[in-house]
Ligand binder design. Structure first.
Ligand code: FCB
Length: 447
């Protein structure tokens, strides 16, 4: 038996996102987002589910903050729905939208919970999509304007900000793989989007500093880890490309002011270029205060000619899978954190998402989600190991506080440590909730 103990000053929390939990899509003057449109397009989301009601947190936020308080977390990551603030993307600000987030943040602060606010967790105003969305550089200006409005409005109240959640998903998953809104399958378009997100991120950081906003700003890329199946150079190269698609492609521009040449060349061979305009790379290359890392899974991979984008195929080596089919791969968590620290230095990291999908239901008032407890233990053990080796971890936020609208998977896939009955909206604390609560009380657990 061993004790896994964390530093006292480490922050602990849970995360959610606006469209996944708020509901009330037609209330408070909110405009439409691309997820309203996408989820109502037949065939895009499992079972035709949508976020109209979700967890109804727009109305039940007080109950949710009470749950957080009982859980014992001291940080909560939520996102702001851009179309609640600017129903038309830009133009007139919607006071009712600002008021909602004031109510939420005030309750959090009263409860002693630090708000960590994500500005963009995927709900682009539909009006902007109709003008080209992230393919159109004017969306960058609209985003910066929205961000500045938020910085001024919440200065001193919210002191931790994230520009973008998972820019890889916003660009490639949504515009090349077509799985998320707006659902296109065009590699050049996806690459334009990725670059424009970077520019929007950089401009937002510049605006944050110019305004003298109190607090810290970062972004939250999602990372995966691909371990080579063999020592063969071609397997190692294929995995390096697959990793770089998540890591270097989204970190190098911010940390080094350039795109990794080998991937630029790889894309060029496919006829795809990055639409860099003069000055862009300097704008993107802004010092940031922390990075949010979202990690769920990884796999073993090898070279296979013409497989996917990178001549890389995943090999099923028998890892356990969560109910969404993702490998439970805690060593990938350690490896990726080590890799990032080696490549970019020991920059401050918040784990802004880490969690698992287990669809256990309520039985006799209880939800026995042992799979999630095991996942948490394994990943926190890897995290601890990474910290011991010098990775600069400031906090850990599990995904998610509540079961919620899991994007293209609708309500089928549950990631919460609190169960939500989507008919009655009743919240039931799962066994993993009690495990996390106990761990937070003691600041250690046994393995
Ligand atoms: C991440 C998303 C988050 C949630 C988890 C399971 O990619 O950021 O909203 O859906 O996956």
């Amino acid at each position: 038996m061993a004790f896994i103990q964390f530093p006292k000053e480490m922050k602990w929390g849970a995360a959610t996102a606006s469209y996944q939990i708020e509901g009330a899509v037609n209330e408070g003057g909110r405009g439409l987002s691309i997820w309203d449109t996408f989820s109502k397009t037949p065939g895009k989301v499992y079972n035709g589910d949508n976020g109209d009601v979700a967890c109804d947190s727009y109305h039940r936020y007080e109950e949710d903050v009470e749950i957080m308080q009982d859980l014992g977390i001291n940080m909560y990551r939520f996102s702001v729905a851009w179309p609640r603030i600017f129903p038309n993307g830009i133009g007139e600000v919607n006071q009712e939208g600002l008021d909602y987030y004031h109510r939420l943040v005030d309750r959090l602060l009263e409860a002693g919970i630090e708000p960590l606010c994500t500005l963009y967790h995927w709900d682009l105003p539909q009006v902007l999509q109709e003008q080209g969305g992230w393919d159109n550089r004017e969306t960058i200006e609209a985003f910066v304007h929205y961000a500045k409005t938020m910085f001024k409005e919440f200065d001193g109240k919210i002191t931790k900000w994230i520009t973008f959640n998972e820019p890889w998903c916003v660009s490639y998953l949504s515009n090349f793989l077509g799985a998320h809104a707006p659902g296109y399958t065009d590699l050049q378009l996806a690459t334009n989007v990725a670059h424009h997100l970077h520019v929007a991120h950089g401009k937002t950081v510049i605006a944050f500093r110019e305004l003298g906003t109190q607090g810290e700003i970062g972004y939250a890329p999602n990372v995966e880890w691909n371990e080579p199946y063999s020592d063969k150079q071609e397997d190692k190269d294929a995995c390096a490309r697959a990793n770089a698609f998540f890591i270097e492609w989204f970190f190098d521009p911010v940390f080094k002011g350039s795109y990794p040449t080998f991937l630029v060349d790889w894309f060029k061979e496919k006829g795809v270029t990055v639409p860099i305009q003069e000055g862009d790379m300097d704008i993107i290359h802004q010092p940031i205060d922390f990075v949010g890392i979202n990690y769920y899974t990884g796999s073993v991979g090898r070279y296979k000619k013409d497989e996917g984008l990178f001549d890389h195929e995943r090999v099923d080596t028998g890892y356990q899978k969560t109910d969404i089919g993702w490998n439970v791969y805690p060593e990938g968590f350690y490896n990726v954190l080590r890799y990032l620290t080696k490549r970019y230095g020991a920059f401050p990291i918040y784990i802004t998402e880490n969690g698992s999908c287990y669809n256990d239901d309520v039985e006799n008032g209880k939800v026995n989600d042992q799979g999630r407890i095991d996942y948490l233990k394994q990943h926190l053990t890897s995290l601890h190991r990474a910290m011991q080796s010098g990775v600069n971890i400031k906090g850990y936020l599990t995904w998610s506080l509540l079961d919620n609208f899991e994007w293209a998977e609708g309500y089928k896939m549950r990631f919460g440590i609190v169960h939500v009955n989507y008919r009655t909206l009743e919240r039931t604390k799962k066994e993993s909730y009690y495990w996390y609560q106990h761990m937070l009380e003691n600041n250690f657990f046994e393995v």
